[in-house]
Design a protein around this ligand. Structure first.
Ligand SMILES: Nc1ncnc2c1ncn2[C@@H]1O[C@H](COP(=O)(O)OP(=O)(O)OP(=O)(O)O)[C@@H](O)[C@H]1O
Ligand SMILES: [Mg+2]
Length: 230
């Protein structure tokens, strides 16, 4: 469904993504792991059209999308939920969701916790509720692929588990998902395939069970970020 080849992104002199090949089959849940600064968010931004790659190609559903704007990429069905969640804190939940009758059902059925909070400013929601809202917004236009950047960032363990099951449910309901996380264990439990990034390169790629079977691999590639992985 998505096929990126030789993807390179630079910020001035810094090479944030260095000749990365990244493939996401239709209907799969692909995890992206790696320490701070590895290039995970940069990869998602490049795929979603928010940063322009210095080199490489991105093909999405058979069409070259590199060079297209984020809006054009989203229209084709690839939607990013950014690390900072991308919600508008001063607006109410209702306005963030631009709720109409048809839409509200969908978002509120999936995330019933939001139903009681429709008139509350989004900035006053709890971290977990804000992440729910970010996912609900992303799902508004029924994208075929969701790229989610560290949805459990800053959340308590109970909410991290809730995010994990939400991602699992979305996957089961047919979404193709790219899931970026620092906490390996939740991704490894759910992903079909995992990429580990380090300093802008793919340092390991394979099935979660291969990684889980090798504590040495986990330790060397993920270090402290592997908390609970093995
Ligand atoms: N807009 C920018 N300008 C300059 N450097 C940037 C910019 N965005 C990211 N970088 C640098 O690119 C590298 C990769 O950053 P990126 O945000 O992709 O990492 P990450 O893997 O998402 O890290 P984290 O886990 O902390 O979110 C880092 O060294 C970062 O400092
Ligand atoms: Mg990041």
């Amino acid at each position: 469904m998505l096929d990126a080849r030789g993807l390179t992104v630079t910020y001035g002199p810094l090479v944030a993504l260095d000749d990365v090949d990244f493939v996401v089959p239709d209907g799969s849940l692909v995890g992206v792991l790696g320490p701070n600064g590895a290039g995970k968010s940069t990869l998602l931004k490049a795929l979603a059209g928010l940063v322009r790659p210095a080199a490489g190609t991105i093909t999405f559903r058979g069409e070259r999308i590199n060079g297209r704007s984020a809006h054009e990429v989203a229209k084709r069905g690839l939607c990013l939920v950014p690390e900072q969640r991308g919600i508008l804190p001063g607006l109410t939940v209702r306005d963030n969701l631009r709720l109409t009758m048809e839409r509200s059902d969908n978002a509120l059925t999936r995330f019933p916790a939001l139903a009681d909070r429709l008139d509350q400013p989004a900035g006053t929601l709890s971290g977990g509720e804000q992440q729910m809202l970010a996912l609900a917004r992303a799902l508004e236009n029924d994208p075929s692929m969701l790229a989610v950047d560290e949805p459990s960032l800053g959340l308590a363990p109970r909410l991290v588990s809730m995010i994990e099951s939400t991602m699992h449910d979305l996957h089961r309901s047919g979404k193709t998902i790219i899931w970026v996380e620092q906490y390996a264990s939740h991704v490894l439990a759910r992903a079909d395939f995992v990429y580990v990034l380090g300093r802008g390169k793919v340092v390991w790629a394979g099935e979660p069970k291969e990684l889980e079977a090798s504590p040495v691999l986990v330790q060397s590639y993920l270090g402290d970020a592997s908390a609970g992985a093995v």
